[in-house]
Design a binder for this molecule. Structure first.
Ligand code: ARG
Length: 483
């Protein structure tokens, strides 16, 4: 492979054949001194934005195709550009492409190489275009692809939870408020709460995609361009749903990145809550589940330890994604119109957000698939905290007692039971009847965990019949929108 001429070879002030070949020394004849090594390193983004290369090449091909169709460049120029970009693609894919810090970013690196390969046609590619609309286009194109991958991963996450839920509609666990045992719930119902969260995340992501998928190219530096560009054609070629309608907004807007980061932060908050529960449930004090060994680590000092590191890291990594949202919001808040170099700082947080969310969803979905449920321990825990007290109050209310009076009577019953070290269902019928005569033998069923569960047979409730209906709904939904 022939490499681009090294920028360090050119002499200061010496006009170069290729103006991009020595950006470090001169952008144009206007510049009389070279950039220091520090400034070069400080302003360059190529070390990270080279990740946008596919989008950059796709954008350039679409732009060149349109320039030729509009008669702005010759058909031969288009052919040369296509050939050159094709070769650059191969060079990058095979790892032979020489990325140069002196050429600042992905855009200038590719353009310089193109010119080295095909000459003048390469220099014509940038007609009617600026890096300002180019970079905005590249980031949107790249993000659109990542959005599609993430929505598939969100579907996998939901599917893993639904699969586990399907096996546990009848598994009873204590439901908590304030982390105190509140009422018995089906374990499947608890898992489906997370499915609801991730389903909303998927909706949010689909919404972000709409506003990401609009084309900035054609805005040029900021004001539009004097060439007769056909922006709609470029949008169609690149699969954009539409064109940004204001050139100033097109080059400066990063709302799509903010919205995406907000989606990601909310998703990671959901992941983190689930991860926190897995950690709690696996602790000896709960003992509700076991996570597969491959997601746990040992301790270098305590031989008995199996630590749920993956879940803890998923919880911990939510911090960086939330942090990136704050970083991006802060990045944008002080920027006057239109493009400012500040915008170069949008990439690393965005890349890290995508990587973190993708890895986390993938690993959490896998880990959920390998959960071993300890149903007896869950049930035993549900029996501990007088979880059916509300059921007793409801029972008496249905027999005609005002709810507030029933609530008070049950408080007395719980007090008695605590004093005798018994569960409500273990109190003798006579004791209960002593508290209120409305209580009869049929109370026994009401005070069991399953009686309590089955009683909550309201839409959205925890009765296994309802939960089974919800599982069906999710299965159908995921099958139709599936990855
Ligand atoms: N690397 C730059 C970025 O990421 C590309 C746009 C530069 N435009 C400019 N006028 N300096 O934002």
């Amino acid at each position: 492979m022939s490499t681009p001429s090294s920028p360090s070879k050119a002499q200061p002030g010496q006009p170069s054949d290729d103006p991009l070949a020595n950006k470090a020394q001169a952008w144009s004849a206007l510049f009389s001194e070279p950039m220091s090594e520090l400034v070069q390193r400080y302003t360059a983004s190529v070390s990270f934005d080279q990740r946008l290369w596919q989008a950059d090449i796709a954008g350039s091909l679409a732009h060149a195709d349109m320039l030729a169709a509009q008669g702005i460049i010759a058909a031969q120029d288009l052919a040369d550009i296509q050939r050159g970009l094709g070769q650059i693609r191969q060079e990058i894919e095979s790892g032979q492409f020489k990325w140069q810090l002196a050429l600042e970013d992905v855009h200038l690196n590719i353009e310089a190489r193109l010119t080295a390969l095909v000459g003048d046609a390469g220099k014509r590619l940038h007609t009617g275009r600026s890096r300002n609309d180019q970079v905005a286009t590249d980031v949107r194109l790249w993000l659109r692809g990542e959005i599609d991958k993430l929505s598939a991963l969100l579907a996998q996450m939901q599917a893993a939870l639904v699969r586990l839920a399907a096996d546990h509609t009848e598994t009873v666990m204590p439901g908590f408020t304030h982390l105190q045992v509140a009422q018995p719930v089906s374990f499947a119902h608890h898992l489906l709460a997370y499915v609801e969260m991730f389903a909303r995340d998927a909706e949010r992501l689909a919404d972000v995609r709409k506003r990401t998928n609009r084309l900035p190219l054609g805005a040029a530096a900021l004001a539009g361009t004097s060439y007769p560009l056909d922006r709609e054609r470029v949008a169609r070629t690149l699969g954009f749903d539409g064109v940004c309608q204001n050139s100033l907004d097109a080059v400066s807007d990063r709302d799509f990145a903010l919205e995406f980061s907000a989606f990601a932060a909310i998703t990671m908050v959901h992941v983190s809550r689930l991860a926190e529960e897995l950690v709690l449930w696996m602790s000896q004090n709960f003992g509700f589940i076991d996570l597969a060994d491959r997601y746990c680590t040992g301790s270098s000092i305590m031989p008995q330890k199996r630590n749920p590191d993956v879940a803890e890291l998923a919880r911990g990594k939510s911090g960086r994604v939330v942090g990136h949202l704050m970083g991006l919001l802060t990045l944008m808040k002080g920027q006057p119109m239109t493009y400012n170099k500040d915008n170069q700082e949008d990439k690393e947080p965005l890349f890290d957000t995508v990587d973190t969310v993708a890895d986390t969803l993938r690993i959490m979905a896998e880990m959920v698939g390998g959960i071993k449920v300890k149903a007896e321990a869950m049930e035993a825990a549900a029996l501990k905290g007088y979880a059916t007290a509300t059921d007793l109050a409801d029972y008496m209310t249905k027999k005609g007692l005002p709810f507030r009076d029933a609530h008070e009577t049950v408080a007395h019953a719980v007090k008695l039971a605590i004093g005798q070290g018994l569960d409500l269902s273990q109190l003798p019928l006579e004791t209960l009847q002593g508290l209120h005569p409305s209580i009869t033998a049929d109370v026994t069923q009401v005070l069991t965990l399953r009686g309590s569960l089955n009683a909550r047979n309201v839409l959205g409730g925890t009765a296994p019949e309802q939960v089974r209906a919800q599982i069906k709904r999710h299965q159908a939904r995921l099958a139709s929108t599936g990855p």
